[in-house]
Ligand binder design. Sequence first.
Ligand code: NAP
Length: 285
Amino acid sequence: MATIIDGKAVSAAVRGEVKAAAARLAQAAHTPGLAVIIVGEDPASQVYVRNKHKACAENGIRSFQYALPADTTQAALLALIETLNNDPAVDGILCQLPLPKHLDEKAVIDAIRPDKDVDAFHPVNTGKIMTGDYAFLPCTPAGIMEMLKRYEIPVAGKRCVVIGRSNIVGKPMALLMINASATVTVCNSRTPDLASITRQADILVSAVGKADFVTADMVKDGAVVIDVGINRHTDGKLCGDVKFDEVASKASYITPVPGGVGPMTITMLLQNTITAAKNHAEAEK
Ligand code: NAP
């Protein structure tokens, strides 16, 4: 039976470090600040934004919230970002995605100053991940790397398979694993005979978004299985991509949903905000 990787416990440990760093920064320079913009009333986004605000408050980070109506214009949103770009109390800026259809997400991401881009979605920061010379890492893959590190699960020399190639999870996950000296395969919806590839994985990361997608026959004995998916079963219960019980009986380590990757994502956002605040304090000297 696999050891369960406890994302809540790892998250609590990292948040302890974040809180201490925030207190040090507040004394030495200024309280780290995160601005969170939400446009419209998407219920899932509202929950995420509320959780981010709560996490900031609990860990000594000021959060500035901007809840804009669904009919906000592109010009108004860009003007707000420009104001926040120039506000020294704001170290990090996050615009909750997805945005309403009439807004241009790419233009919005591009408008955030790279040194305040704590989601690490700006092309400057995604480029830096590519070269391994980064200030910020995207929160979900960074959280996964942190969990592996804290459970002392080696990545170097391992065969890693990532299912999913999105810009926010799959691709940066693959890059971080390549940077950590793994041999990495990235799969997508057109990959033929997926199971023959996933069965080769020492570390399997699933970021697909389909309940019960990863079954025991797709997993090698003793593999480490990381479940990024957030889905709901037909009974409404939250679940990941992995058929937990049957895969857990084969894997060496596994992340649960909820309580695995999820808690780490906001925690790494806090950590990125601390990094931004440190860099800004350094630049002011
Ligand atoms: P996404 O943009 O929808 O990407 C899903 C990926 O899965 C795509 O690359 C898609 O391939 C691939 N895929 C779909 N069906 C497949 C199949 N049959 N075989 C192989 N690959 C297949 O989703 P995302 O934003 O990366 O998120 C993935 C999941 O993680 C979602 O459930 C999301 O809610 C969750 N998530 C969780 C966290 C967290 O903090 N825990 C953070 C972010 C996302 P194509 O590219 O070919 O379409």
